[in-house]
Design a protein around this ligand. Structure first.
Ligand SMILES: Cc1cc2nc3c(=O)[nH]c(=O)nc-3n(C[C@H](O)[C@H](O)[C@H](O)COP(=O)(O)OP(=O)(O)OC[C@H]3O[C@@H](n4cnc5c(N)ncnc54)[C@H](O)[C@@H]3O)c2cc1C
Length: 397
């Protein structure tokens, strides 16, 4: 196994960032190509957004079929992660439900997703209002008319997966260097020649920028402008009473809640509630990681409105994490700037579930410039040339 704290003097491909995306790219490049791969992480594997991820895996994406395809492909990969990579990951199946009022935008999103999941033979069920009491006895759903359940959705753990990918890449020949920060790049004749770090330089032909909410700052050094805005997202984990756990041993379904929140069950019996696209811009190096008392109250009250029996739940944990948002909430997966420079950024709060497909796509892009998984052109940076909002403003995935 070639996991080393030492930075090599030369490699074929340097990946910057050891989150779930960089680690997945390292795994696919190592297993699908014969190129020499070095991943450089400034801190530790999973130190960025990945370590804070709710790690929900769902396939319902409204009318965005490209993401449904990638999510389903990724989910099959996650299901076989342990047996294929020999790395255990936390994993729990839990349906993800979209509740909607007839005639609303949510209804259109729910129905579009239902159609696409059905077309792809992905288990999906529509429940009418009169079934709610039986299906979702813990929820107060008076205001909704119907629900679309992505029946085989799941959740996992960001750190488990990123570490598993990194270790598996290392076992198969990649060099994984942690505690080393990339500080700059050298370019000759418009091609990448080396990467500068605080431990020295590594010469390489290709570099993949996968540094989460830090990527746009690194890209600026290569005159690549990425329209990515980091936002702070707040997470609270409630501790239900024994009575609640006995009554609802499977916890709550994963669901978006009106007002920009979502909830899911937590490993060990907790119930998580978090903000989604809070709009609270932040600096990934200096944000308040501990939600305050007002946040506790806001999130607890919001959840209790839909799950009244959590009104007297205790607090198990709280933290904040950072999303890297593009204007359209679509990823940027592209070759841009000098030859040999690739970018995987702007995951806009939905990168975890797609990480295996992104790793495979980026490996394809770096090695052949195209992919047969999905049309990688959809994720090109140039979509922002003709329209500053790319595919359209802030689609709520
Ligand atoms: C609270 C929260 C909940 C989420 N929930 C979900 C969910 O339920 N489902 C889902 O699909 N997605 C979810 N996401 C989104 C998902 O977690 C992210 O899209 C994904 O983790 C992004 O991974 P990444 O590797 O791009 O970035 P990161 O995990 O941030 O990794 C980037 C890495 O680069 C390193 N780095 C930065 N600069 C340098 C440098 N100069 N040199 C070397 N290394 C550097 C950092 O230390 C970091 O480890 C959530 C995110 C948050 C914050």
């Amino acid at each position: 196994m070639s996991v080393s704290p030492e930075l090599p003097e030369a490699t074929d491909i340097t990946i910057v960032g050891g989150g779930v995306i960089g680690a997945s790219i390292a795994y696919f490049l190592t297993t699908q190509t014969d190129r020499d791969v070095t991943l450089v992480e400034k801190d530790f594997i999973g130190a960025g957004s990945t370590g804070d991820s709710s790690a929900i895996i769902r396939h319902h994406y409204g009318d965005q079929e490209i993401y449904t395809k990638m999510a389903w492909w990724s989910h099959q990969f996650y299901r076989h992660f342990e047996s294929e990579l020999d790395e255990p990951i936390a994993y729990e199946e839990n349906s993800r439900v979209v509740f909607a009022e007839e005639g609303s935008d949510d209804a259109e999103y729910a129905e579009d997703g239902y159609d696409i999941l059905s077309q792809h033979d992905i288990p999906v069920t529509r429940h009418e209002h009169d079934e709610f009491d039986e299906r979702y006895p813990m929820l107060d759903l008076d205001k909704f008319d119907f629900a679309v359940s992505d029946d085989t959705a799941a959740y996992s753990d960001g750190t488990d997966v990123a570490s598993g990918f990194a270790r598996a890449a290392g076992t198969r020949g990649a060099t994984i260097v942690t505690g080393t920060a990339v500080e700059g790049f050298n370019v000759e004749d418009e091609s990448i020649t080396s990467v500068e770090t605080d431990e020295g330089a590594v010469s390489c032909n290709d570099v993949v920028l996968a540094a989460g909410p830090w990527t746009h700052r690194l890209a600026e050094q290569l005159d690549v402008e990425l329209p990515v805005t980091p936002s702070r997202e707040r997470v609270v984990i409630l501790e239900p009473t024994e009575e609640f756990l006995e009554k609802y041993p499977d916890g709550v379904p994963t669901a978006g809640l009106p007002g920009g929140y979502y909830t899911r069950s937590e490993f060990g019996g907790g119930v998580l509630i978090a903000t989604h696209h809070s709009g609270e811009e932040c600096d990934p190096d200096q944000y308040d990681n501990l939600p305050n008392e007002d946040t506790l109250l806001e999130l607890h009250e919001t959840l209790s409105e839909y799950v009244p029996e959590l009104d007297d739940a205790g607090i198990q944990g709280r933290y904040s994490g950072v999303y890297s948002n593009t204007p359209d909430h679509d990823f940027i997966l592209d070759q841009c700037g000098p030859e040999g420079c690739y970018v995987a950024a702007g995951f806009s709060g939905h990168g975890f579930k797609q990480a295996p497909a992104v790793g495979r796509l980026m490996s394809d892009l770096v090695s052949s410039g195209e992919s047969d998984l999905v049309d990688v052109e959809y994720f090109s940076l140039s979509r922002f040339d003709s329209h500053e909002n790319g595919h359209g403003g802030g689609i709520e995935y």
